[in-house]
Design a protein around this ligand. Structure first.
Ligand code: HEM
Length: 378
């Protein structure tokens, strides 16, 4: 998509993308400055109910689809349970999960990075963080994966789409039971901490707790899978950068920022619409119109990044937009970065030699990720 993005960035104003199916459409912001504005502008709402009639959401009031004051309240509560300390404590468990996954690969000598490693890692991590008992990890993983497969709009078969539809209520039902168990018997996990925060504040409406738990699962799964897959692909296609990283392990955090910039897992931010007429990049967006922040395009803007199409693991500064901006800035960013750091540390430690064999992309325009990534290892 990057040639298209480059063309769009050069056009003044915003780009109008008409829907194929009806007369509607949406504005697209592609330059860094305008992408940033769209992500931060309080005159744009995340709540579709404010601009049109929409059927009630299966997930009422998850924070990514609310504005202040609801958003502030929900994010505050979840943030109380999901702190930097909670994330730090995950390092050893993540390393153990990564190591187990790589043990299985090492004995077979073949690595299909997506199925063998990138897809299972984040979902087992979030399951442990929430406090899902080990015997339920497989079911939990299946719901999350069903959802991911079915949300791959362009390619989803009707069967996939139906499974994805069923996955959300199944996940919500499972989490409701887990919440009930933890209310009776608190443990040292995110759900119990969230319940404790709620008991102190008494501020969650029925359904809000479950909605926001489901959001954590689905917002953190495919995104992290794509970071791992895109990141490894970038390293394999730039062997000199991989060699540099082996010689300078301290550069890994900056390499991860560059992986995020170079191939953003979320190419376009989610729903936003104007609550009033708003001017963005010289274009007036009328009240009620939808506008999309094309993160993947902003990340390659030559006004902000020197050599924007080069993958440079030491790039500094790196003002990529891949976790969003403003009040909806990704709540899971520290966890995603920790997972990536541990994953690449373990991978490089385990294999002296990593070489690209073949890969296949997923066709979605919303997410950028791989279906397969075959790697020769030794
Ligand atoms: C929000 C990207 C991992 C939880 C966002 C947004 C982006 C994003 C772009 C803002 C969307 C918008 O403003 O429209 C990513 C990427 C990830 C990642 C690229 C991995 C590389 C995670 C993980 C979790 C998570 C691991 C949790 C376990 C959330 C939540 C929000 C969010 C809860 C909503 C925050 C709010 O509305 O205040 N993420 N994410 N994300 N992300 Fe992530």
């Amino acid at each position: 998509p990057y040639e298209t993005y480059a063309r769009l960035r050069e056009q003044p104003g915003l780009f109008w993308q008409a829907h194929a199916s009806d007369s509607g459409g949406m504005w697209m912001a592609t330059r860094h400055a305008e992408v940033e504005q769209v992500l931060k502008d309080a005159r744009l709402t995340k709540d579709a109910r404010k601009v049109r009639d929409v059927p009630p959401d299966v997930l009422p009031n998850h924070m990514l689809a609310t504005d202040p004051p609801d958003h502030t309240r929900l994010r505050g509560l979840v943030g109380q349970a999901f702190t930097p300390r909670t994330v730090e404590r995950m390092e050893a468990p993540i390393r153990a999960i990564a190591s187990t996954l790589l043990d299985r690969v090492a004995s077979s000598g073949r690595l299909e990075f997506m199925d063998d490693f990138a897809t299972p890692l984040p979902v087992v991590v979030i399951a442990q963080l929430l406090g899902v008992p080990p015997e339920d990890h497989d079911a939990f993983r299946a719901w999350s994966t069903d959802f991911v497969d079915g949300s791959d709009f362009a390619n989803a078969t009707p069967e996939h789409a139906a499974r994805a539809q069923a996955a959300i209520p199944a996940l919500a039902g499972f989490l409701s039971e887990l919440v009930a168990k933890r209310r009776a018997n608190p443990a040292d996990d995110l759900i119990s901490h969230l319940i404790a925060a709620e008991d102190e504040g008494g501020r969650l409406q029925p359904g809000e707790l479950i909605s926001n738990l489901v959001l954590l699962v689905i917002a953190g799964h495919e995104t992290t899978v794509n970071l791992l897959g895109n990141g490894l692909l970038a390293l394999l296609r730039h062997p000199e950068q991989l060699a540099f990283l082996r010689a300078h392990p301290d550069a890994l955090p900056s390499a991860i920022e560059e992986m995020l910039r170079f191939d953003a897992p979320v190419q376009r931010a989610l729903f936003r619409a104007a609550l009033e007429d708003v001017e963005i990049g010289g274009q007036v967006v009328r009240r009620g119109e939808q506008v999309s922040a094309v993160i993947g395009a902003g990340n390659r803007d030559p006004l902000v990044f020197a050599q924007p199409d080069s993958f440079l693991v030491t790039r500094m500064p790196n003002r990529h937009l891949s976790f969003g901006r403003g009040i909806h800035f990704c709540l899971g960013a520290p966890l995603a970065k920790l997972e990536a750091r541990v994953a690449f540390e373990e991978l490089v430690r385990r294999f002296e030699h990593l070489e690209l064999a073949a890969f296949e992309r997923r066709p979605s325009t919303m997410f950028r990720g791989l279906r397969h990534l075959h790697v020769r290892t030794s």
